[in-house]
Ligand binder design. Structure first.
Ligand code: URA
Length: 206
């Protein structure tokens, strides 16, 4: 199932992110801010437990997030969303997955994998700014399931309609949160209108 997160402030920031004249420093800041807005929505149903605290005036109860959360950035561009995730989920563990698409076979190839154990009904949150063909996210969710994760969400800043359908078909149990569903993929599998290559724009490479 996918959720299109809609809010005027998010739409404003997405417009700035897409703009080709936005350079990497501002691009990184915007990607972080958008990630926080998407995470806020995606974490709506996390469990909390009641704790006793004392305000300066009297004892009271408060809520504490009571989940084992594992944030999984897909290398390389997912790293651009990590700091924002951790600012909202400071106790999360982090797993990394590196995947590229083999040009000859068009199949996703995993070149790096380091994941924490899925202890205590852990919730894995995969982050990748661009859900394009969906190939790497489908493979990442498979790897997480093979490792024993049963609760998985995906946060993607921009998605293509084709990629969303592909991920939903392969993983109907995985919820996807995205800030935009763009028009389509081009012949090189870039999202249109999209924002170009997210990794290059985040890290200042070409
Ligand atoms: N990855 C990107 O960085 N951009 C796209 O448009 C598609 C995949």
């Amino acid at each position: 199932m996918h959720y299109l997160v809609q809010h005027p402030l998010l739409a404003h920031k997405l417009g700035m992110l897409r703009n080709k004249n936005t350079h990497y420093k501002e691009f990184r800041e915007l990607a972080s801010e958008i990630t926080m807005l998407l995470t806020y929505e995606a974490m709506k149903d996390v469990h909390t437990r009641e704790v006793q605290i004392e305000s300066p005036l009297e004892p009271t109860t408060a809520q504490h997030v009571d989940e084992n959360i594992v944030v999984v950035p897909v290398l390389r561009a997912g790293v651009g969303m990590l700091e924002a995730m951790l600012s909202l989920l400071p106790e999360a563990k982090i797993g990394f997955i590196g995947i590229y698409r083999d040009h000859a076979t068009s199949q996703p190839v995993t070149y790096f994998e380091k994941l924490p154990e899925p202890t205590g009904h852990a919730l894995a949150v995969i982050v990748d700014p661009m859900l394009a063909t969906g190939g790497s996210l489908i493979r990442t969710a498979e790897i997480l399931k093979e490792k024993g994760f049963r609760r998985i969400k995906i946060i993607a800043i921009i998605s293509s309609p084709e990629g969303l359908s592909a991920v939903e078909k392969s993983h109907p149990d995985v919820d996807i949160y995205t800030g935009s569903i763009d028009r389509c993929l081009n012949e090189r599998n870039y999202i249109l209108p999209g924002l170009g290559d997210a990794g290059n724009r985040l890290f200042g490479t070409e």
